[in-house]
Design a protein around this ligand. Structure first.
Ligand SMILES: O=C(O)CCC(=O)C(=O)O
Ligand SMILES: [Fe+2]
Length: 373
């Protein structure tokens, strides 16, 4: 990427601030009580440690929507292999990378012109799915029931990329299952309550590369957004750039990299399942004039046919469902469509499925905060 094209330039109010505010208090959670024992623990001490862990998860999800985990069980070598192979891939000439370029029919593979909220992101990506095959609706049209398979497009160079990614997803998948169990427990649900939604999961992994940028004050690596899926398990390198919008005061907070930790954020689907007990949090990525940066989000997404709606156990007469159900596959394909083409319309959001009374309230909040939800 050369000089800064106007398509990358953020509106004044969305540009990164020169002064970085570092995160103090983003919870760091030690998963060892859960990674070394199973949830069906027997000893009293282990049971108490698990209860404490579930309390920490509840607090982090409710107050931040965002936390880091350590002692998560994913071997460091597994992550390092993907990072090294990703660097070799992104170092290739553009025409080589474009051999596995994504297109409208297959949104997996390489891509360098992604837009977030209609402004181009300063990044290039490589996407692949965890399940092979991954089944998705063939179109975003609500009356079209046809489905399609998304094939992964592995490059021939570097040859080790595919195996490194396949090993990595096996390890992160275990962490994903554990986190879903912990989140279920934290909502006072059985540990396996969310598991059935992921039988034919549409989980995918993205390798992000943010090249150095000549105008880090004007552009963003990824513009402000919330993750649409259930949960994101993010590995970031030691350069840093991720910023999270703090719930308490709306301030953008820099998430300082912690070696070998994963950053977990609650996505829109958990917000809906939990009927707003937990909220997905806006985040963005600033870029750097000198250093390139790599990150690897693992987007935990349910089966395409999942109707996403508040879980019945979490709603009652006093706390009625705040959302109408929506089809995950159709939601995803609608999003992809507007990513693909730079459409001058607002992207589909869970906000659009809020029940009328709730929506009115959100309109007021959005106006007060002056944000586009
Ligand atoms: O690179 C990062 O730190 C975050 C990337 C991100 O938010 C995304 O790809 O959805
Ligand atoms: Fe994100």
């Amino acid at each position: 990427m050369g000089a800064v094209d106007p398509t990358f330039i953020q509106e004044l109010e969305h540009r990164p601030k020169p002064a970085v505010i570092e995160a103090h208090g983003i919870p760091q959670i030690d998963l060892s009580p859960f990674t070394t024992t199973s949830p069906a623990t027997t000893t009293t001490a282990a049971a108490a440690a698990l209860r404490d862990l579930v309390d920490q998860i509840r607090g982090a999800c409710a107050n931040w929507g965002f936390f880091q985990v350590i002692n998560h069980g994913v071997p460091i070598e597994s992550r390092e292999k993907v990072q090294a192979a990703a660097k070799r891939f992104f170092d290739l000439p553009a025409e080589e990378k474009r051999k596995v370029r994504r297109d409208e029919a297959n949104p997996l593979g390489y891509y360098d012109t992604e837009h977030t909220k209609n402004v181009r992101d300063w990044k290039e990506v490589f996407d692949f799915t965890v399940e092979v095959p991954t089944v998705m609706p063939a179109s975003y049209e609500s009356d079209d029931d046809e489905v399609t398979e998304y094939p992964n497009q592995w490059p021939s160079y570097p040859p080790e990329l595919r195996e490194a990614c396949e090993e990595y997803v096996k390890d992160v998948q275990k962490l994903s299952n554990k986190l879903l169990e912990l989140i279920s427990l934290s909502l006072n649900l059985p540990a396996n309550r969310l598991q059935p939604f992921f039988k034919d999961q549409t989980t995918f992994v993205r390798l992000n590369h943010y090249p150095p940028c000549l105008a880090p004050d004007l552009a963003l690596g990824v513009g402000r957004h919330k993750d649409a899926g259930a949960l994101t398990i993010l590995a970031q390198d030691d350069v840093g750039g991720l910023e999270v919008k703090r719930k308490t005061d709306g301030e953008w907070i820099f998430v300082k990299p912690t070696p070998n930790a994963f950053i977990i954020n609650v996505g829109d689907i958990i917000q809906v399942w939990s009927n707003d007990t937990y909220e997905s949090v806006e985040h963005r990525v600033r870029v750097n004039s000198r250093k390139e940066r790599f990150s690897i989000p693992f987007f935990v997404n349910p089966a395409h046919y999942t109707v996403v709606e508040p879980l019945v156990e979490l709603t009652n007469e006093q706390n009625p469902a705040r959302y109408k159900g929506y089809n995950w596959g159709k939601f995803f394909t609608t999003r992809k469509r507007s990513n693909f083409k730079k459409l001058d319309v607002e992207n589909i959001q869970i906000y659009h499925f809020k029940k009328p009374d709730e929506r009115k309230l959100d309109d007021v909040v959005a106006r007060v905060e002056n944000v586009v939800i």
